[in-house]
Ligand binder design. Structure first.
Ligand code: FPP
Length: 235
């Protein structure tokens, strides 16, 4: 692997937790618990490699349809992670950011997110972005609505809208686009993840289920990424 040519921003759809658990005769929630551990390991590894941003899909706008105990478990795992982060992020110089509409999440999680945001504002290191109650279409609709409101208020004209201005209205405002999107778990689809931002991303799909995903799987993805030619529509 060429450590001088790593992606600046990696995004991951952490898929396969439920199947991993089922294959072991365990409840689906057991897969999410291991999945949260794997997230910790892979985030630390990305930081150690010198990657600037890691964005993960932790809870989509559609995941509310899941059974209540599964939703509750994911929220509990997030809470535990944020409590740990509050104690360690300054020491490790790790910033956290959330993409999505947090107002529908339990108040306790919103408060913890606000605390990690405040700590992040004092740091300048590696940044983990956690997509929570996030949907790509929802993000684009909100941006369009907000821009329309600015036009209606006479603050902008439709002609002013370009890529850069639109991006300032997205949850991801200020973030570089992901260079590499990895989807473990065997499915080969985007599932409403970073729809705007993935325009020129390289995709890697792997059959490994997220709870089985190891640093070596990230190494393999990075090696494949380094063999891709990115042309951005040119030749
Ligand atoms: C997709 O697998 C995974 C999720 C919907 C939840 C991901 C959440 C975590 C890993 C826990 C909390 C995260 C952090 C950042 C601490 P699936 O359940 O759809 O798997 P399946 O396709 O096998 O059913």
């Amino acid at each position: 692997m060429d450590l001088d040519h790593l992606p600046r921003h990696i995004a991951i759809i952490m898929d396969g937790n439920g199947r991993w658990a089922k294959r072991r005769g365990l409840p689906r929630t057991a897969g999410h618990k291991v999945g949260a551990e794997v997230f910790r390991t892979i985030a630390t590894y990305c930081k150690d490699l010198g990657i600037d941003y890691l964005t993960v899909y932790a809870f989509s706008t559609e995941n509310w349809k899941r059974p209540k105990d599964e939703v509750d478990t994911i929220m509990r795992l997030l809470k535990r992670y944020l409590l740990e982060a509050i104690d360690t992020m300054a020491r490790d110089n790790i910033r956290l950011r959330f993409l999505g509409d947090l107002t529908e999440l339990p108040q306790e999680l919103q408060d913890l997110a606000a605390r990690t945001n405040a700590i992040s504002a004092t740091l300048d290191g590696f940044q983990a972005n956690i997509c929570l109650n996030y949907g790509g279409r929802d993000e684009i609709l909100r941006a369009a609505r907000q821009f329309a409101r600015e036009c209606a208020a006479g603050e902008r004209t439709p002609e002013q809208l370009d890529t850069a201005l639109f991006e300032r209205h997205l949850f991801s405002a200020g973030l570089p686009d992901p260079d590499l999107i990895i989807r473990p778990g065997g499915e080969k689809r985007v599932s409403n993840f970073l729809l705007w931002q993935c325009a020129y991303a390289e995709f890697i799909f792997t059959d490994t289920l997220w709870p089985d995903f190891k640093k070596e799987d990230l190494d393999a993805a990075l090696l494949e990424y380094q063999h891709r030619q990115r042309r951005y529509g040119g030749i």
